[in-house]
Design a protein around this ligand. Structure first.
Ligand code: FMN
Length: 197
């Protein structure tokens, strides 16, 4: 294995730097890494491993999901890892979903107000709910690893409907939640995780 693609989708731009840091960390192990927006990805055949990242935007970023579905055949040969950025995650303590190991940025999850009776937005923001469409899109392939990290939210850049959704459902304050040590720590394990396939 020697060439890895780190591809990303983004709405407001903060996932770009996450992808770059993931790429940097993988490159430390001597692998050749291309970090590209999904719109610039052409051929997967040249790669020995793919890392695909994108933010939660009322579900995982549509373009990232589409890319998974479109290339699920290729992922039967090329190992895949996935990362997700988000501003809201309900604490459930899960470390895997559907048999896929999940690394969760420890600063992101919030405990539910009432463990026994989750509110709608707390149920919505469960790890399994976020990841289910991703794991369905790659079926029968399973990503070797999934990382879930805090992102960055800036209300000023959003359209009114986006502000409404974020205020009602995500309920996260604007700001910077990207946890670089967590992102680097997950990414440092990727060369081994992708190679083990
Ligand atoms: C319209 C919209 C919907 C969002 N939906 C969710 C969501 O469902 N869950 C969540 O945790 N964060 C949600 N977020 C927060 C984003 O995932 C977070 O801000 C991310 O870092 C944005 O990445 P980007 O800057 O690359 O677009 C949403 C943000 C926007 C603007």
């Amino acid at each position: 294995m020697n060439r890895i693609l780190v591809a990303y989708a983004t709405m407001a731009g903060s996932t770009v730097e996450v992808a770059q840091v993931v790429g940097e960390e993988i490159a430390k192990s001597g692998l050749q890494v291309d970090v590209l927006p999904l719109s610039e990805v052409q051929e997967l055949a040249a790669y020995d491993g793919v890392v695909l990242g994108g933010p939660m935007i009322m579900g995982w970023h549509r373009a990232a999901l589409r890319f998974l579905k479109k290339n699920r055949g290729a992922f039967q040969r090329i190992p895949l890892a996935v990362f997700v950025t988000a501003m809201s995650l309900t604490q459930t303590g899960e470390t895997s979903v559907g048999g896929v190991p999940v690394y969760v940025d420890e600063k992101l999850p919030r405990p539910p107000e009432n463990e026994g009776r989750l509110k709608f937005r707390e149920r919505y923001a469960r790890l399994a709910n976020y990841l289910r469409p991703i794991l369905t899109a790659t079926r029968p392939v399973k990503p070797v690893s999934v990382g879930v990290f805090g992102g960055r939210l800036e209300y000023g850049r959003l359209k009114w409907w986006a502000v409404l959704f974020v205020m009602l459902i995500v309920q996260a304050p604007a700001g910077e939640r990207r946890n670089w040590p967590a992102i680097r720590s997950w990414a440092a394990g990727l060369p081994a995780a992708l190679q083990a396939e």
